[in-house]
Ligand binder design. Structure first.
Ligand code: 5GP
Length: 189
C-alpha cells in the first residue's frame, strides 16, 4: 500500500459454523486494504483447504518448534488441536499499512486484546443457536464428536460476545459483509 500510516489490527471471532470464513472471503474481494493472517494449525485439512491459504498445516512437533522460536503472536488449544498466529506476517503487513484480520477463537482473542489493546474486535453471531447447529451439521466436515465439542465451545464463545467492541449477526451474508466493511471504514478513518 502506498501509505505511511500503519494499518489496524482486527480481532475477528465467532463460533464455529457461524460463517466467518465465508464473510472473510467477501471482505478480501471487496476491500484491498484487508489482509487475513494465515494461522498455523495441527488439525487436518478439510476437503478443498490448501496449505498456506486457509492454514499452514503442521505437525505437533513443528508447532512446538514455532512456540520455542517465539514465532507466534498468540496461540491456543481449541477442541483437541493447536492454532497459532505467526508473528512476522502480521507485523510486516501492519507496517505496510494493511488492515490485518486475525480469525481466532476466544482464548486467542483475549490474549491479543491484552497484548495489543488498540486492536479492534468484531464478533460474528449466528441468528440463533439452532441455526448454528444446523449449519455445522450441514457442513458435514466434522465427526459427531467434534461437532458436539464445537457446539459446546460455541456456547462458551457466545457468552463472551460482550467483550468484543462490535457484534455482527450473520443472518444475511451481504448485510454481514457490509456491516464489517462499515466497521473497518469507521475505525480506519
Ligand atoms: P477451524 O478448525 O474451524 O478452522 O478453527 C477453529 C477455531 O480456531 C476457529 O474459531 C478459528 O477462528 C480459530 N483459529 C484459527 N486460527 C487461529 C489462531 O491462529 N489462533 C487462535 N487462537 N485461534 C485460531
Amino acid at each position: 500500500m502506498q501509505n505511511n500510516k500503519p494499518g489496524k489490527l482486527f480481532v475477528y471471532a465467532g463460533a464455529s459454523g457461524v460463517g466467518k470464513g465465508t464473510i472473510m472471503k467477501e471482505l478480501l474481494k471487496s476491500d484491498s486494504s484487508i489482509k487475513l493472517s494465515v494461522s498455523a494449525t495441527t488439525r487436518s485439512p478439510r476437503e478443498g483447504e490448501v496449505h498456506g491459504r486457509e492454514y499452514f498445516f503442521v505437525t505437533k512437533e513443528e508447532f512446538k518448534q514455532m512456540i520455542n522460536e517465539d514465532g507466534f503472536l498468540e496461540y491456543a488449544q481449541y477442541c483437541d488441536n493447536f492454532y497459532g498466529t505467526p508473528k512476522a506476517y502480521v507485523d510486516e503487513m501492519l507496517q505496510k499499512g494493511y488492515n490485518v484480520f486475525l480469525e481466532i477463537e476466544l482464548q486467542g482473542a483475549q490474549n491479543i486484546l491484552k497484548l495489543r489493546p488498540d486492536a479492534v474486535s468484531i464478533f460474528i453471531l449466528p441468528p440463533s443457536v439452532e441455526e448454528l447447529e444446523r449449519r455445522l451439521r450441514d457442513r458435514a466436515t466434522e465427526t459427531e464428536d467434534a461437532i458436539n465439542k464445537r457446539l459446546a465451545q460455541a456456547k462458551v464463545e457466545m457468552n463472551h460476545a460482550k467483550m468484543y467492541k462490535y457484534t455482527v449477526v450473520n443472518d444475511d451474508l451481504n448485510k454481514a459483509v457490509k456491516d464489517v466493511l462499515e466497521i473497518v471504514n469507521k475505525e480506519t478513518k
